[in-house]
Ligand binder design. Structure first.
Ligand code: IPD
Ligand code: CA
Ligand code: CA
Length: 289
């Protein structure tokens, strides 16, 4: 049984499959927009903190996702990065949508970009689609239904030791404003593993853990739309997703540790050695906490 299977008792496998199919259609519609604007952007702006970009591709992709989900599921709530909230965050069904995860990559035509669509059922991620339309990689998962890449089953790696692992992480846009910026953790883990990548798309980082290309991922300062889909992928592929201290994952904290089962405990231990819990900052989005 996957790490989140217990909480999906209120939805049948057939219902979850229907939600997964809708999310897939929505992600493919967004992907068509991302393919259209690839290398063809005329409107790139900073939307808040330095480096936090938004483009016409983000907006067009989000509209494409919303059109599909709202047509099929008009009563479900939505939390979308560019247009915000429709309905209630504590709704039974909440879709967390990042139309373009990896906007900086997209603006530079670095092909680590994806649409990420996750469904929280009673607060727990249960359905996830992450689609990279440039590399044409479609990751899908739903609780109890397994995880796939281009419709083929995927699994996390079996790398047994942290010293043999390849990890990935990221640095939030508030990195110049906080000492909880993940730099010390990055340096330490770089010393004691085979390497730490920074690919620039949280949902793809999770997808790459799910399919075993990477052994583990940690990051802070994230939003529910970055994480909801990828968390389902990792769990359904046999991985573990928790807080840094291995306590229960809470998507509203914006912080997570996602790995294969073998290195989870030791990576948690090393992260807490560098950054004790009382030195960690609060939620990514205080209003959501
Ligand atoms: C960002 C990416 C990046 C992560 C940032 C996110 P965006 O999302 O997922 O990898 O480090 O914290 O905000 O802005 O490209 O959608
Ligand atoms: Ca994002
Ligand atoms: Ca985004």
């Amino acid at each position: 049984m996957s790490q989140s299977a217990v909480s999906s008792a209120n939805c049948s496998p057939a219902q979850l499959q229907t939600f997964l199919d809708i999310a897939t259609v929505a992600a493919q519609a967004a992907g068509a927009q991302l393919q259209h604007y690839w290398g063809n952007l005329s409107d790139i702006r900073e939307k808040g903190r330095p480096g936090d970009l938004v483009t016409e591709a983000d907006r067009a992709a989000e509209q494409a996702v919303l059109e599909v989900i709202q047509r099929h599921l008009p009563n479900h709530s939505i939390l979308a990065e560019e247009s915000g909230q429709v309905g209630k965050l504590d709704d039974e069904f909440l879709w967390a949508i990042d139309p373009l995860d990896g906007t900086t990559n997209y603006a530079h035509q670095y092909p680590a970009v994806a649409t990420s669509i996750g469904l929280l059922i009673n607060g727990v991620p249960q359905v996830g689609v992450v689609y990279n339309p440039i590399r044409e990689e479609l990751f899908q998962a739903a609780t109890g239904l397994g995880a796939t890449l281009n419709r083929r089953p995927i699994q996390v790696s079996h790398t047994p030791e942290l010293s043999q692992s390849l990890l990935v992480t990221g640095f939030a846009y508030d990195r110049t404003e906080t000492s909880d910026n993940n730099y010390a953790e990055f340096c330490h883990l770089t010393h004691i593993t085979q390497g730490v990548r920074r690919a620039g798309s949280a949902s793809l980082d999770l997808a790459d853990v799910a399919c075993g290309r990477l052994d583990g991922y940690w990051e802070r300062g994230l939003s529910p739309w970055d994480l909801a889909a990828g968390v389902v992928l990792v769990r359904e592929a046999g991985g573990l997703v928790t807080a840094y201290d291995q306590s229960e994952f809470d998507i509203m904290t914006g912080r997570l540790l996602a790995t294969n089962p073998q290195i989870h405990g030791v990576l948690s231990h090393e992260l807490l050695r560098v950054k004790p819990l009382d030195k960690m900052s609060g939620n990514a989005i205080p209003s959501l906490g």
